[in-house]
Write a protein that binds this ligand. Structure first.
Ligand SMILES: [Zn+2]
Ligand SMILES: [Zn+2]
Length: 130
């Protein structure tokens, strides 16, 4: 059992199983909300145990697809934690304790600023991985 939380600890969640994959998105939107390194979790594995009322949702403007959840008190990005999909990404940095995974890809490299150096051997994609 893994647990996760936001910075202020109002929102707490548990994962029955390890996430399935870790990836890094270098698009400007993920970068700005501080949610670049994500792990994919199964909906059935995730239980929000505290603070559901503190989850706010940023709905995308036209042309963008994914909504982004966050803590309305401390601002921590929570990825798509309220998604109805079977599997969805949440930021790796919300997980407390170790994850038995390493980053397996970088996407949207074309948006990456030069100051951010990639220091692993994971596959790189200029946009979405295909
Ligand atoms: Zn919080
Ligand atoms: Zn992104």
């Amino acid at each position: 059992m893994l647990s996760g939380s936001c910075c202020c600890q109002k929102i707490q969640f548990r994962l029955k199983e390890q996430p399935s994959m870790m990836g890094t998105c270098h698009c400007s939107r993920c970068r700005k909300v501080g949610a670049s390194i994500m792990v994919f979790v199964k909906k059935e594995s995730l239980e929000i145990t505290e603070g559901k009322d503190f989850i706010g949702t940023y709905y995308p403007e036209e042309g963008y697809k994914y909504k982004r959840d966050f803590c309305i008190k401390c601002g921590t990005s929570l990825g798509e934690i309220t998604s109805e999909e079977n599997s969805f990404p949440i930021p790796a940095n919300t997980i407390d304790g170790e994850i038995e995974l390493e980053n397996s890809f970088h996407e949207f490299i074309s948006d990456k600023p030069k100051w951010l150096k990639i220091c692993d051997e994971a596959k790189q994609f200029s946009g979405h991985p295909c």
